[in-house]
Design a protein around this ligand. Structure first.
Ligand SMILES: Cc1cc2nc3c(=O)[nH]c(=O)nc-3n(C[C@H](O)[C@H](O)[C@H](O)COP(=O)(O)OP(=O)(O)OC[C@H]3O[C@@H](n4cnc5c(N)ncnc54)[C@H](O)[C@@H]3O)c2cc1C
Length: 388
């Protein structure tokens, strides 16, 4: 692991910090912890903030300049994540769109698709969701069965998707459909860009264990999609779908920044909560201190794994299994931390933000690749073990 912040990244930090000082008002800062279940007023404020970022080319700095980015290198992306975190600034609305869907459109889309779709996604004018998972196709995504049949210059889509983050707010979807039932399962899949306001689309929000709506089921009944909205070649949707994160290397830095801030928040809470066994403050109790130390070490370990990934990127190694390792450590550390919070702060804390965070953290070992799938990747690609 070997990297420093070059002068250009520090110059970018100074410039961006100045911009945040000028534009991040208290109203926008208060949106910092907003979850995805927004009321209309919060969504409108998020859109205003998102548009400000986009107009100043800060919404997706790693994107190519011609599409509204800055073509920023990895250290600028790390600096950007650090400064957003330091200022407690809210991010953009299209959490999935900018990092996962746009790279596929930039790489595989037609000029018309890029020109009409990317600027509106960047500003948060359109909200995008990813329609990959189905009730019987999650980890084994290639088993998906939502179908599209060609009818002249359009596709007719039928089927069901589920767990679509932001689906309850989205008006566009990157949709994976089966277009050749006779081909091997990874082959006969095509990627479509679907306007969710079309007739035959029904979006049913899902309320999670936290009581919030953050994703949906989406049902498609004879939905007509123009053939011009095919993303990449027909029956090559698997390759298109795998084009993710190519423009977003700073993501890995966000994981440790968020986790370590939560560890700090728990330290502060433990310093003002009464301790067990008669200790005036929880943080003075030896057992509590042992638990907190473990959380602290988890956060520092995640930082090292992130820095190793960043260093690898700077030294010309493509994104590797470090991503799976970081995802594993992060999800397990967050679950551990929120469980420790209950132990240290007592059952009453379950009724406040710690309680919400604790039940929410269960989803982290499923979203974006489950713990078991990531362990398989680490076993095969880092440890060199044979496929089970
Ligand atoms: C917060 C959140 C947001 C999400 N957002 C989206 C989204 O925007 N768009 C979208 O399309 N999907 C989304 N998903 C869905 C997510 O991608 C799937 O839940 C995930 O891929 C797992 O699929 P599954 O739920 O069908 O579980 P399954 O794949 O059925 O897995 C069930 C269990 O079996 C284990 N398992 C499965 N296969 C193996 C294997 N080969 N080896 C060992 N163990 C295995 C899994 O680890 C898991 O424990 C989201 C999920 C969550 C929780």
């Amino acid at each position: 692991m070997d990297f420093t912040y070059p002068a250009s990244a520090e110059a970018f930090r100074a410039e961006f910090r100045g911009w945040l000082d000028e534009h991040l008002t208290d109203e926008f800062r208060s949106l910092g912890g907003t979850h995805l279940d927004m009321d209309a007023a919060t969504l409108a404020a998020m859109r205003r903030w998102n548009a400000l970022l986009a107009d100043a080319r800060y919404a997706a700095i790693a994107w190519p300049t011609e599409w509204g980015g800055r073509g920023a290198g990895v250290m600028e992306q790390v600096v950007f994540a650090e400064e957003m975190h330091r200022a407690n600034a809210p991010g953009t609305i299209n959490v999935i769109g900018l990092s996962n869907i746009a790279p596929a459109i930039i790489e595989h889309g037609t000029d018309e698709q890029r020109r009409t779709l990317l600027p509106r996604m960047l500003r948060g004018d359109d909200i995008w969701c990813q329609g990959f998972s189905e009730p019987n196709a999650g980890s084994d995504l290639a088993s998906l069965s939502t179908s599209a049949v060609r009818d002249g210059d359009r596709w007719i889509v039928n089927g069901q998707k589920t767990w679509n983050t932001l689906g309850h707010l989205a008006n566009w979807c990157e949709l994976l459909v089966r277009t050749d039932r006779d081909a091997p399962k990874h082959r006969g899949i095509t990627c479509l860009l679907v306007d969710l306001t079309r007739p035959g689309v029904e979006v049913r929000p899902i309320t999670t264990i936290t009581g919030e709506r953050e994703f949906s089921e989406i049902f498609f009944t004879d939905v007509a999609v123009p053939a011009t909205m095919t993303l990449g070649p027909v029956n090559d949707g698997w390759r298109v779908a795998m084009t993710t994160l190519a423009y977003e290397r700073g993501t890995v830095a966000k994981l440790h920044l968020g986790l370590r801030a939560k560890v700090q928040r728990l330290f502060e809470a433990a310093a003002s909560a009464p301790g067990p066994r008669g200790a005036p403050r929880a943080i003075d109790d030896p057992q509590v201190r042992r638990l907190l130390a473990r959380c602290y070490v988890d956060g520092e370990l995640l930082k090292l794994v992130s820095e190793r990934a960043i260093s690898g990127e700077l030294h010309g190694r493509g994104p590797g299994p470090e991503g799976s390792l970081a995802k594993l450590l992060w999800s397990e550390a967050d679950q551990q931390l929120t469980a420790v919070a209950t132990e240290v702060l007592g059952a009453a804390s379950l009724a406040d933000r710690w309680g919400r965070d604790r039940v929410y953290s269960r989803s982290l070992s499923i979203a974006g690749g489950t713990t078991q799938i990531n362990k398989n990747i680490v076993a095969q690609r880092i440890l060199g073990l044979p496929r089970g």
